[in-house]
Design a protein around this ligand. Sequence first.
Ligand code: GSH
Length: 223
Amino acid sequence: MIVVHHLNNSRSQRILWLLEELGLEYEVKRYQRDPKTMLAPPELLAVHPLGKSPVITDGAQTFAESGAIIEYLVDRYGKGRLAPAPDTPERLRYTYWLHYAEGSAMPPLLLNLIFNRLDQGPMPFFVRPILRKVKQRALASFIDPRIAQHLDFQEAELGKTRWFAGNEFSAADVQMSFPVEAAAARASLGASRPKLMAFLERIHARPAYQRALQRGGEYTLLK
Ligand SMILES: N[C@@H](CCC(=O)N[C@@H](CS)C(=O)NCC(=O)O)C(=O)O
């Protein structure tokens, strides 16, 4: 039985969604973020040395990293579903988006999250205005323009094909859902990016996505 070590409000939601799309049986082991730090609880360190989610166990195997987990599940259990045929342009795009989501799209979104919190929480009164300036400068000069560049790129790519890898829905869309959802929570993703907005609407309407929400519980992304 596949076990998903699932952290609330996190990337592991997309693993539950993929398992629902594939119609596989699985068990969800839940972990709750610390409400103050928002970090994962120490119990996750007993599952994997990095203590992050998602992690899955399947028989004797335990491994982490969303893209690797998605690739493993599709290769092992997909029976040709949710991945374009090998040696096609769609397959190359599929591999690209599987890696791009965490390798390129998420880093500026994570910086946005960290810098937005820089001037929050208890600190000596004179430090806060300094940190606020640092935050504003980092966001305006580096982070937010990078996010906009990525969103423009994704928007343009979704103008070429209906889904990220091609005209068929694939596991690359599951992997890309998190950066697009995180951008919707943290950055301006509105009328100026209608393809990405329509992508979100389409994935949220999928029955498997809805079932995964019921299995995973709370899913409100951090701002
Ligand atoms: N690139 C990794 C990122 C894993 C990761 O950072 N997971 C977050 C959840 S969204 C986490 O566990 N955060 C809690 C913490 O850092 O303590 C993946 O895609 O699996």
